[in-house]
Unconditional design. Structure first.
Length: 323
């Protein structure tokens, strides 16, 4: 049987000291019919020189620069790479992580044998610079509806984990280029609303580097925190328009995450006007529930005094009573 092309898409930014290890793990794949599209998000180190050596060594590698007209960040680079991809299957990966040699072949075999699946995913390991490895055990099968399990039962997967049928992705909105944090959970949530057919298998097929700065900002500045709020707001309002089992439990959980994130954003503002900008956003999440009034009161006090955030943020939202 003829093997089909797999497109591996890797965004990168100033990873000349790390991406070589990632690309070597791509070269080591037992499945060989792949193209690897590296999209540079504006590196200022030696990434371009390094990439030339890989492209010269193996024509399956491609190197592209994110166009100036696209927003900076890994999301735009992922989407741009997808536009170049020619494979029947698509795999997004990060430029500081490592594939096990059978990563692609294992997932390709599953999708080949199960043509009804839109994607398959797997488990992963974390590793650090001293060689310590920690396995991540996730909920492989949703015990309830997949969206419920995704948010509340640990049925999750990283951007790297799935191998996708490109035919399924063609009609999907891909990564939100405006988000600086929460982009992969936003993407996967929106995918799950389309009711895809998929499985997550038990093998650990890639490694994620720990304690290393990602392409997206991981600082405590306001932009990533605003992205988190934007993501939760999107989920909250999308959930309003779709139906599934235990929908209201999930909406309650997302509701709390929204109002909690407003408090986090307020706590980072020194001026009352800065805090008011976020406090007034509570109106979008108005509810007759008692805990809304309690949170509103705490945040109103915080608005005036810039104190009291931790009283409300320590509140544990107990979903067990709703299960």
């Amino acid at each position: 049987m003829r093997s089909l092309l797999v497109s591996i898409i890797i965004p990168t930014y100033n990873r000349a000291h790390l991406i070589g290890e990632t690309l070597d793990s791509v070269l080591a794949q037992t499945y060989t019919n792949w193209e690897c599209i590296v999209v540079d998000d504006g590196s200022t180190d030696g990434t371009e020189v390094l990439m030339k050596t890989y492209c010269d060594k193996d024509s399956r590698f491609q190197y592209h620069h994110r166009p100036a007209g696209r927003l900076p960040g890994g999301n735009a680079a992922r989407n741009y790479g997808f536009e170049f991809s020619k494979g029947e299957y698509v795999k997004w990966f990060d430029s500081d992580d490592i594939m096990h040699p059978n990563f692609i072949s294992k997932q390709y075999l599953i999708l080949s044998e199960k043509p009804s699946l839109d994607f398959c995913a797997c488990q992963w390991e974390y590793f650090d610079d001293v060689g310590q490895i920690k396995k991540v055990y996730i909920n492989l099968k949703p015990q309830n509806e997949s969206i419920y399990s995704y948010f509340l039962e640990g049925h999750v997967f990283l951007t790297h984990a799935p191998l996708w049928r490109k035919s399924f992705l063609i009609n999907c909105e891909l990564f939100d280029e405006k988000l600086k944090r929460g982009q992969e959970t936003d993407f996967h949530f929106r995918i799950l609303t389309k009711n895809p057919k998929y499985l997550i298998h038990e093998d650990f097929l890639f490694q994620v580097r720990r304690n290393h700065k990602s392409i997206e900002s991981t600082s405590n500045n306001i932009v990533p925190q605003e992205s988190v709020l934007i993501y939760f707001k999107k989920v909250f309002f999308i959930l309003k328009e779709i139906d599934f089992d235990k929908k209201e439990v999930v909406r309650s959980y997302i509701w709390y995450r929204c109002v909690n994130q407003i408090g986090i954003l307020m706590s980072k503002q020194k001026s009352i006007l800065g805090r008011w900008k976020y406090f007034r956003g509570l109106n979008q999440f108005y509810s007759k529930r008692t805990d809304f009034y309690i949170i509103y009161l705490f945040l109103f006090v915080a608005l005036i005094t810039n104190r009291g955030y931790y009283f409300y943020s320590l509140k544990k939202y107990d979903l067990r009573k709703n299960k």
